[in-house]
Ligand binder design. Sequence first.
Ligand SMILES: Cc1cc2nc3c(=O)[nH]c(=O)nc-3n(C[C@H](O)[C@H](O)[C@H](O)COP(=O)(O)O)c2cc1C
Length: 147
Amino acid sequence: MTSAIQIIYASQSGRNQAIAGHLQAQLASKVQTVVTEISQADAFALSENDAVIVVTYTYHDGDLPDEAQDFFEDLKEVDLARTKFAVLGSSSKKHIHFGRAVDYLTMQLNSSNGEQVADSVKIDQDPDDADWQRVDQLAQRVLTSLA
Ligand SMILES: Cc1cc2nc3c(=O)[nH]c(=O)nc-3n(C[C@H](O)[C@H](O)[C@H](O)COP(=O)(O)O)c2cc1C
């Protein structure tokens, strides 16, 4: 059976949506991919995927985006049964608590019994070439974990 990866993103001004689109472009020739905006994502169905990649910005004072809150709360009730996952996101070093939503989601997905297969990646605003390399590396780690 072909593996399936769900890419879930939160994005207000488009950066993280673009990263999610880039990930899909990287992965789609190798695995089935589906991209879901985070307010539409069903935490209780995550373990139906072989892997999940969450892409998020950070908002307020180092907090999750508002539209990610329900997903995050639901995750606390979920047993991911070792579903593989990775987390990344563009946020901004101009704010305190740089990229803390990436940390929160990484911790919660681990607590929910997911299997983290790549180090989380934080990007300062628009990704530069080195950032895209880190994004591609993360995608490669997820793919390798499914082999
Ligand atoms: C009101 C506001 C609050 C923010 N707070 C934080 C923050 O606490 N920490 C952080 O790292 N970035 C923060 N950011 C920066 C965003 O996470 C960053 O601009 C990100 O690239 C936006 O991604 P998007 O284009 O996908 O919406 C904040 C941005 C805004 C507009």
